[in-house]
Structures are given as structure tokens and as C-alpha cells.
Write a protein that binds this ligand. Structure first.
Ligand code: SF4
Ligand code: SF4
Ligand code: FES
Length: 335
């Protein structure tokens, strides 16, 4: 069958252009097969990364019909079927089907489908993705792990560093400090590794501000695009659980206080008493003087504009809201 490939091409620091190529393809041909054919038979200037052609090296990630995926894993038939399913396709009956290819997101384009992955690698480095060398100082014999201990590393160990999750990450798009799903999946691999002796420091670092686990908006995109089922969001959630089980970190962390105070206040009044919220979260229950002072300009502006709530009326549905929260908490799923 004939398929039109619409490829978003770009030179560094210039505007992208769409270039179309007509390819004679079979349904089972991978997207990478088709790109190779374009490059070898029609246009040698088209740039893209590839290596193993077998879902191993992670080189060929790109956006295929708007979703980050491996070009050597997805094939023409499944892509066209997916397009049909989402109905938003511009493909019309009896017309030549189209597949759109674009570079990964959240990383600047070097040329065509090749992006600069420096931030991806730097963010991986930032989570110290190596088993702590301190533990290696123990001499005499290698570190043994039971099959159960090893199995905790299986899922995250499957990551091939393709960048698909990073490309789709909403948090990364708006927050340049956030290290990204690939890095946090690797971070959990370290936390879960029985040979690592640095868990306490790791949790402290992954807990900081919005660069670590609290920067994630839980949009689930990383889990949905990962070609290796690493499920980065699940790993982020596991790190959060480890942090929440650590009393010292819980007391110190504003992000955790934010969640706790929010639930407590809604439970108490059915909705949030904003005056209490700022004082308890930012002012850490009057213990954080600097935090309290930082609220002063906002408070003042609100008073001047007549927007400062002088009193608080509990919501009419407080009782219902409270029993809902309590029943969730009793089931042990509330955090
Ligand atoms: S769930 Fe979190 S880490 Fe994953 S893509 Fe969304 S914001 Fe990024
Ligand atoms: S977690 Fe999945 S999507 Fe992200 S880099 Fe690893 S293999 Fe790719
Ligand atoms: S070429 Fe290696 S994963 Fe696609």
C-alpha cells in the first residue's frame, strides 16, 4: 500500500517545516523501515537516530502521530489502526493514509528528528544513578542478593533510556528543575537496591523542592508511552511512600505538609480555610519565621484589595466530606 509520511523537519535554531514523502509499505513494516527507505531511496539529507532496530538501544524514539514511541517497535499497520480509532485523523476513506513523524519534545532539535539530549543525561546524573560506592568498600566477597531482592530491580532495570517519557512529561515542560520520569525511575531502582547504602541521603535529595518526586503532576503520560513498561509514575509513587514513611523527612518537607494540611483543613471545614493554609504550610505552624514573612506581602495586598477573608464559614457538606475522607483513610489508600 502507499503511505504518505509527513515529517517535521528542522535545522537548529530555525522554524520547522513539514516535508512529505510517498512510501510503498507493507502493514508489517516498522516506521524505522520506512524512514530508512526514505533516506536511502529518496532523500539522504533526512536525519534520525537508529542503531539496534530491535527495541534494545533506545536510539530511535520520536513522535509518531503525536505520541513518543520507538520507530523500530511501531509498525505501519498498527499506526494506521490507531489513527482510525482516534477518529481525529485527517485520513479520509479512499485517500492515501498519512503518518506524521516529529522529533521528541522537551529537547531542542539539532536536525530533523535528532534532538539534543544533554538535559536528559544531566538529569539522570543528578539522581546519582549508581549503587553507592561506600557499600563497595566492604571487602572479601561480592554482594549477594536473593532472587526476591533482585526481582525488585527488574522493572526499572528494563529502561533503555529512549527519552519517550521525558518527551511527554508535562512537569518537565513547565519546570526546568524537574529531573524527569526516566531519572526518578532510576532513582527508585537505587532506593530498592539492597546493595546500596545511601538510601537516607537519596530520599532526602529526591524529596527536595520540585526537582524530585514532588515536581511530578501525575499526568500518567510517562507510563502510557514507555515502550518497556518501566512505569515511571509508579516508581515515583514508591519513592513518595518511602519518604512518607520517614518521620524526619515528613516533618521537614513543605510538599508533604501541603498534602497533609490540605486534607486536615478540608476534613475540618469541608473546604479550605485559606488563612490557616498559608500559615500551616508555608509558616510551618508558626515555626518557620522566614516562611511567615514571605506571606506578608501577599497578605497585605489582599487586605488592601479587600480580598482577605476575615472569617471562615464551614461548608454545608462538611459532615459528608469528612466521612468520605475518613472512609478513604480507613482503607489505607489516602496519603
Ligand atoms: S506522571 Fe509525572 S513524571 Fe510522568 S510524565 Fe506526568 S508529570 Fe512527568
Ligand atoms: S522509562 Fe521508559 S520511556 Fe522513559 S527512558 Fe526508560 S524506557 Fe524510555
Ligand atoms: S533502533 Fe534501537 S531501539 Fe529502535
Amino acid at each position: 500500500m502507499e503511505v504518505i509520511f509527513k515529517i517535521i523537519r528542522q535545522e537548529q535554531n530555525s522554524a520547522p517545516v513539514v516535508q512529505t514523502y510517498l512510501v510503498e509499505a507493507e502493514s508489517g513494516n516498522t516506521i524505522l523501515d520506512c524512514l530508512n527507505r526514505i533516506k536511502w531511496e529518496q532523500d539522504g539529507t533526512l536525519a534520525f537516530r537508529k542503531n539496534c532496530r530491535n527495541t534494545i538501544c533506545g536510539s530511535c524514539a520520536m513522535r509518531i502521530n503525536g505520541r513518543s514511541a520507538l520507530a523500530c517497535k511501531e509498525n505501519v499497520g498498527s499506526e494506521l489502526a490507531r489513527l482510525k480509532q482516534i477518529a481525529a485523523t485527517t485520513n479520509r476513506a479512499n485517500s492515501i493514509p498519512e503518518i506524521t513523524i516529529a522529533p521528541l519534545g522537551n529537547m531542542p532539535v539539532i536536525k530533523d528528528l535528532v534532538v539534543n539530549m544533554s538535559s536528559f543525561w544531566n538529569n539522570l546524573e543528578a539522581v546519582a544513578p549508581y549503587v553507592s560506592t561506600k557499600a563497595r568498600l566492604v571487602p572479601e566477597r561480592e554482594f549477594l542478593q536473593s532472587p526476591q531482592e533482585r526481582s525488585r530491580l527488574d522493572q526499572t532495570g528494563n529502561c533503555i533510556m529512549c527519552g519517550a517519557c521525558y518527551s511527554e512529561c508535562n512537569a518537565r515542560e513547565v519546570n526546568p528543575d524537574f529531573v524527569g520520569p526516566h531519572a526518578l525511575a532510576k532513582a527508585y531502582r537505587m532506593v530498592a537496591d539492597s546493595r546500596d547504602s545511601d538510601t537516607e541521603n537519596r530520599l532526602q535529595s529526591y524529596n527536595e523542592g520540585t526537582k524530585g518526586v514532588w515536581g511530578c503532576t501525575r499526568c500518567l503520560y510517562c507510563d502510557s508511552v514507555c515502550p518497556m513498561d518501566v512505569a515511571p509514575l509508579e516508581q515515583i509513587t514508591k519513592i513518595k511512600q518511602e519518604i512518607l514513611a520517614n518521620k524526619q523527612l515528613v516533618d521537614e518537607t513543605r510538599s508533604i505538609r501541603h498534602r497533609k494540611v490540605l486534607v486536615d483543613l478540608v476534613k475540618e471545614g469541608g473546604w479550605i480555610d485559606e488563612r490557616q493554609f498559608g500559615l500551616q504550610v508555608v509558616g510551618n505552624y508558626f515555626k518557620d519565621l522566614r516562611g511567615l514573612l514571605s506571606l506578608a506581602p501577599l497578605g497585605l495586598r489582599m487586605i488592601i484589595r479587600g480580598k482577605f477573608p476575615l472569617s471562615f464559614e464551614p461548608s454545608e457538606g462538611t459532615q459528608q466530606v469528612r466521612s468520605l475522607i475518613e472512609s478513604v483513610q480507613q482503607q489505607g489508600t489516602g496519603d
